[in-house]
Design a protein around this ligand. Structure first.
Ligand SMILES: Cc1ncc(C[n+]2csc(CCOP(=O)(O)OP(=O)(O)O)c2C)c(N)n1
Ligand SMILES: [Mg+2]
Length: 392
């Protein structure tokens, strides 16, 4: 029988001699340091020079895979339409493309449950769409229209929808990591089993806010999944001038959290890795870092002519490692869908874009007076329509 005051045999061995502090006796010892980076779904070279496909190891059902295909196409084609609108000078501000890296945002966000949260960055439109935001909202937002989700107050994906689990990002890179950490702490206090993804670029990972946020999430064992997008550039700075680590996943060691390296252009691999991370996080395992290896085929925004990129690099990725081509090839080769079925999905996506873009274009621009509303809580403070001293 257990004797209440007698420590278990292994416990007494661990305790240092003369440790009289009863609180210290029961504190679990931190696990010894070990690198925990899984490379199970990391990029692989294609066997005998065959074009790359996707991983066949998946729990996804055929209908879910077609759903993923729809989201990939939707992301790419919504962005293509945004570029058209930009060239017609209808967009206010810049257009930021995720061309070539759509699978990272789509596959990862698809692995979450509806009650889970994401906070995407400019190159994660796919995650916004997976969270249920309609293309019409994106078009209206980019054109700063009155019917857009921020009513013309802000641009691109700088808006949110708490009900759909989408926390709008602010521009300051890295800052959404502590914000999402706070969201998860609040969820824990409310006894909710929410998991969240915060996306970050290779450049954004070098900020202080990133470190502070992830450190706190790790110490508190919060269910935060950080998806680090290794897309080779931050503006014009190549990643090797941005950080001295070879793999961004190595940074997990400083927080003693597990990490994965995933092929960010394989949508199934992105789903599988995030699903595993989400299950781990939800089981109270704590924070996880996922590094997605991908490539930014467009410049920072539409204005950027990419003159700093070595000749042939973009073309290589376009020809050999396009996430949409890879998935389409996979679906056909694995006989998950026929070419006709995929073409039908694409045609439906194009119809939706057509309809939603027309709706957004028909929206008026915001009424200037509206700028004064929603700055403070107008149930307490009236809108500051005109400062008193300007009234005469
Ligand atoms: C703290 C901070 N510093 C600088 C910027 C300006 N800025 C906006 S995007 C960007 C590059 C981001 O690169 P990366 O994090 O790799 O993301 P990517 O654009 O490649 O998706 C910079 C420097 C910013 N928004 N916030
Ligand atoms: Mg980058």
């Amino acid at each position: 029988m257990d004797q209440p005051n007698k420590p278990a045999a292994n416990e007494s061995k661990q305790r240092s001699v003369g440790d009289k502090n009863p609180r210290r006796r029961h504190r679990p010892r931190p696990a010894p340091f070990q690198m925990r980076v899984s490379t199970k779904f990391a990029p692989r070279r294609s066997a005998d020079g065959k074009p790359l496909g996707c991983t066949t190891e998946t729990s996804l059902k055929p209908e879910q895979m077609l759903d993923l295909f729809r989201y990939l196409k939707l992301t790419r084609l919504v962005e293509e339409r945004l570029v058209n609108l930009y060239r017609q000078t209808k967009v206010v501000g810049g257009v930021f493309r995720s061309l070539g890296q759509e699978a990272t945002a789509v596959g990862s966000a698809y692995a979450l449950a509806p009650q889970d949260f994401v906070t995407p960055l400019i190159r994660d439109l796919g995650a916004v769409l997976v969270k249920g935001i309609r293309p019409r909202e994106i078009f209206a937002q980019y054109m700063a229209k009155a019917w857009g989700p921020s009513g013309g107050r802000d641009l691109n994906i700088h808006f949110g929808d708490i009900g759909k689990g989408f926390i709008g990002p602010i521009s300051h890179l890295g800052d959404m990591i502590p914000v999402m950490t706070g969201v998860l702490l609040a969820a824990r206090m409310q006894k909710k089993r929410t998991v969240a993804i915060a996306y970050i670029g290779d450049g954004g990972m070098s900020t202080g806010a990133f470190h502070e946020g992830l450190n706190f999430a790790a110490v508190q064992r919060l269910p935060l999944i950080v998806i680090a997008e290794y897309n080779h550039y931050a503006y014009s700075t190549p990643t090797n001038l941005q950080t001295s680590v070879r793999d961004l996943a190595e940074k997990a060691a400083s927080y003693n959290i597990p990490a994965h390296i995933v092929d960010g252009n394989d949508v199934i691999a992105c789903y599988e890795v995030t699903k595993r991370a989400a299950d781990f996080a939800r089981r109270s395992g704590g924070a996880v870092l996922i590094e997605a290896k991908t490539y930014r085929r467009k410049g920072h925004a539409e204005h950027d002519d990419q003159r700093y990129v070595p000749t042939g690099e973009i073309e290589w990725w376009e020809k050999n490692n396009d996430p949409v081509d890879r998935f389409e090839r996979h679906l056909l080769e694995q006989k998950i869908a026929s070419k006709d079925r995929l073409d039908e999905i694409t045609a439906a996506v194009l119809r939706e874009i057509e309809e939603d873009c027309a709706w957004a274009e028909s929206s008026p621009m915001p009424d200037p007076e509206q700028a004064a509303y929603g700055v403070f809580d107008n149930t307490i403070v009236p809108p500051a329509l005109r400062p008193e001293f300007l009234k005469n």
